[in-house]
Design a binder for this molecule. Sequence first.
Ligand code: PAF
Length: 277
Amino acid sequence: MQIVKKISEIREILSDLDKNNSKINLIPTMGNIHEGHLSLLKEANKYEGINVVSIFINPTQFNDIKDFENYPNTFDQDVNLLSKNNCEIIFAPNINEMYPNGLETKKTIFEYREILCDVFRPGHFDGVTTVVKMLLNIIKPSNVFLGEKDFQQLKILETLIIQNKLKTNLVKCSSIRSSNGMSLSSRYTKFSTKEKTQFEKCAQIINKNLLDLINSFDTKILENIKKELQSIGISKIDYCEVREENNLEISNTNINSRLFLAFYVNEIRIIDNFVLY
Ligand code: PAF
């Protein structure tokens, strides 16, 4: 496994691979590799090609500087895990390499905006689309693998690929969930014991109401979820909504729909979505 830090170096390696007609599979990450990321690598193994994992904690997608500073950075542990899981190249540029002209972003994707996380994290998706466009331009992968946990991100990045006519196939991968039913996330490694207990209680509330939503859909259940989360001390709930998964519009049935949730356990933001059909 190679660890590459410079754009010029990865371009050189990839152009040699291109001469041999090798395909590239890209798994973009911000590090703190967990089972969720490894499941993307596993999926990539089903496709012909060289597996490249990018690790870059992208400053422009954090709307809160404290969140950026607290984001777990576990590079050595990540290298160790990836080396055992069929990753051939780690691309880990630093901030100057990716943003030589300063931390600029552009709003280029207007679809699936002004809803869900875009309302609560202004500028976040401009940071995501800016960095992913750079990564796709540098690496030119045949396939890029993204998890459904960040469902709105997935839709926005799908639009980015279509709009820019990029020759990359987007492979959407189901969330990997822990035994409490919640999707895995790098942020959860930061839980204190008390926060972990509160998170487990949140998971129980969500699971119980999820069954109700699936079995006898009623939008009142969304109010129940909020009330029950508040009753155990969750004071910041960004959203608790059911949306249709193709267009992300509010849905009043569970047909083709998902429950979308974002809330905070203290300072740690939880986002997840659940299929309702
Ligand atoms: O989902 C993530 O980890 C990030 O948003 C991504 C796609 C790697 C871009 O920084």
